[in-house]
Design a protein around this ligand. Structure first.
Ligand SMILES: Cc1ncc(COP(=O)(O)O)c(C=O)c1O
Length: 452
């Protein structure tokens, strides 16, 4: 028994935890305060990276001390906070943006839907994309239908949507390229008119807006990646968000089931019998009362992240508004500094009625010349300036896709132009003014050298 002034075990635990978290903060600050200063040409200027402070580190340590490990209380809180931020019907955490795309697309194949997506059905998309925007369609035996892009916004050319339609079309799934929203007015109207599902790959666009509304919330489902280059990070991680549509409830049930092994049970990790009839469900063939925990209504996966990741993600979510502002500022700074290159380079423009939370600063040569582009990328690498292509470029030119069943709507001249002549530079919140100036002057100097 403790005497009145003696600390209880609970007090001692709390005290030890506070000491550990206090030391964690101290360690973080000591490291941070002693990072070498930025030296142009010597310090790497990455195109993206983690931006965090002691709060993320403490959250990770605290969650490790709690040692829940699997997706648990922190995950539930993050799902609810993300859902609130988005104004979505639900947000479901997964272990990557690719998993989010897989779950969202697979959900459309569920027999719980009236007219599920079947092998041979079609999905309208663009070819210059991240591969895992398109892969889930192929993995479901579907046929991607590639529409060309609009050079100004590097998003789908919506004037070609009607040409893409066939009686097999069931889904439109496209990313908001590098944070720039695609024309959501035209795309949502097209989907409504033809009764199509819309999945927004919002992996590069968390915080972007179209007509004031957050992207990712217009369609039936949206997806996020929380890999470090993205707008917020949990290390690896992602989310599927369920839009406020008449199908919200059923899509939420299906997506949760697909993430969690395909199970029918919806108990959170560590909980049993939330339905109150764990041993009283009836199924066509299973014996009456077969444990609901082991009843499977989908052929699913296990795509859950762990609770420590969610603890980090919750701290990142608090920083998202300031991250979005920094991305916008950095993009504008690069746009101004590179203005002299406009005769030879086209710079992406924000889609009308949108406010992009830019993922990168994209520029494409007005007359694409892949050799010159490679020379520029090499020179920037030598000067330690991060640079990236628009991911896979034209997927049809990628070795893995040479035998895929697909359709192309007309031809893809802009997609090809982007693949031969486009790169993007970083705008992430970790870049300082000096870094951005050094990036811009490196691009200008090296480009002049290549032309001379
Ligand atoms: C548009 C887009 N979709 C999906 C993904 C996949 O996300 P993850 O790397 O988390 O699997 C990425 C990755 O960068 C992406 O840019």
């Amino acid at each position: 028994m403790n005497t009145p002034n003696e600390p209880t075990v609970r007090d001692r635990i709390k005290d030890l935890e506070n000491q550990i978290l206090g030391l964690t903060g101290e360690l973080y600050r000591l490291k941070k305060d002693n990072e070498p200063p930025f030296t142009p040409g010597k310090t790497t200027v990455p195109y993206a990276g983690r931006v965090y402070d002691e709060n993320e580190v403490k959250a990770a340590v605290k969650s490790s001390l709690d040692f829940w490990l699997t997706l648990g209380p922190e995950g539930i809180r993050m799902e609810s906070e993300l859902k609130k931020f988005l104004g979505a019907h639900a947000a479901i955490l997964v272990n990557s943006g690719s998993s989010a795309n897989l779950v969202a697309f697979q959900a459309l194949t569920s027999s719980k839907l009236e007219r599920p997506f079947k092998p041979g059905d079609e999905m309208i998309t663009v070819a210059a994309a991240f591969p895992t925007t398109v892969n889930p369609c192929l993995q479901a035996g579907g046929i991607p239908v590639f529409v060309d892009m609009d050079l100004k916004t590097i998003n789908i050319d919506v004037s070609r949507l009607e040409d893409a339609l066939s009686e097999k079309t069931r889904v439109v799934m496209i990313a908001h390229t590098l944070g720039n929203p695609f024309d959501l007015g035209a795309v949502t109207e097209f989907c409504k008119r033809h009764d199509l599902w819309l999945i927004e790959d919002n992996c590069d666009a968390l915080g972007s807006r179209y007509n004031g509304q957050l992207t990712g919330t217009f369609g039936h489902m949206g997806t996020s990646s929380f890999y470090p280059p993205h707008h917020i990070t949990m290390g690896e991680g992602g989310a599927v968000y369920i839009g406020q549509t008449e199908h919200a409830e059923v899509l939420e049930t299906i997506a949760n089931s697909l993430r969690d092994w395909g199970r029918d049970c919806w108990c959170a990790s560590g909980r049993d019998n939330t339905c109150g009839k764990r041993f009283a469900w009836e199924w066509e063939k299973l014996p009456y009362g077969y444990d609901h925990k082991y009843v499977y209504s989908h052929i699913g996966y296990n795509l859950k992240p762990i609770d420590i990741q969610a603890a980090i993600g919750r701290e990142q979510l608090k920083k998202l508004p300031s991250f979005v502002e920094a991305r916008k500022r950095n993009w504008q700074r690069l746009r101004d500094l590179l203005a002299d290159l406009e005769n030879e380079w086209h710079f992406v423009e924000a889609t009308p009625n949108s406010e992009p939370a830019w993922f990168g600063f994209f520029m494409v040569m007005r007359t694409p010349d892949h050799d010159k582009l490679t020379m520029l990328c090499r020179a920037l690498d030598t000067r330690k300036i991060g640079n990236r292509r628009l991911f896979a470029g034209n997927l049809l030119w990628q070795p893995a896709y040479k035998d895929m069943k697909h359709r192309v709507v007309g031809s893809l001249p802009v997609t090809e132009m982007i693949t031969r002549g486009g790169i993007f530079l970083g705008v992430y919140p970790g870049l300082t003014g000096a870094m951005i100036e050094s990036m811009a002057s490196a691009v200008i100097d090296e480009w002049k050298t290549i032309l001379d």
